[in-house]
Design a binder for this molecule. Sequence first.
Ligand code: PGA
Length: 269
Amino acid sequence: MRTPIMAGNWKMNKTNEEACELASAVKEASGAVTGTEIVLCPPATALSTVVGCVEGSNIEVGAQNMYWEDSGAFTGEISADMIKSTGAQWVILGHSERRGRFGVIEEGFTEELQKVFGDTDASVNTKLKKALAAGLKPIACCGELLSEREAGNTDEVVAGQVKAMFEGLGDCSSAGFVIAYEPVWAIGTGEVCDGDEADRVCGVIRSVVAEVAGEEAAQAIRILYGGSVKPDNVEGLMAKENIDGGLVGGASMKADSFAALIDAAAASA
Ligand code: PGA
């Protein structure tokens, strides 16, 4: 049996003070819940603060991105050791808002361009290797654009992204990480992927893992669904065979709604 995970991605929200307020409220509501792992991913500036605020609870903390070098002239980046030094244990890698998977980029500061930070399949793979070697627990993201879904290419796109994650992982490939399936069109839109379809794509991901890392790894790896997960749709998603939890943006930023998601994940165990 795979232990579920409910992870909150706060994106570029919350000052230190606000982050501590929210983390403390989540701890109060859900800090003693068992049967699911709980992960909060605040902005990097609030990692240490949030680690302190959830101390003594079942809640763990993660970063939203990481660079693969140990140190050097990489202005604005943070390393695996820097993340670990805050007490955080997790890191989200290759979120679509960092891959810039929004289709063709027009000139100027369009909404799309604001979400391009240059992650590619290759850089996600390099970051994944570094995170695993450093002992961080990565949540590696994949997911198709609406145009790719409409063209009937969902499985091909997602399978390609997942295969790229495992490229050259070697001994690390025993599924020591978590995969999040996040259809880009469902993120922050309120438009959740139908449970059966999300389960089907997570099943495709599991079969790709079996192909590249073996059946044992495929059975052990946790696959999360992300994209407009809310208290009113979480139960249906958590009930699915291939969905082992959620990576949640909007609904993770209110303690009561995140508590409902945590309870649903725990109940699905
Ligand atoms: P959402 O975000 O829950 O607000 O759709 C999910 C994510 O981006 O991880």
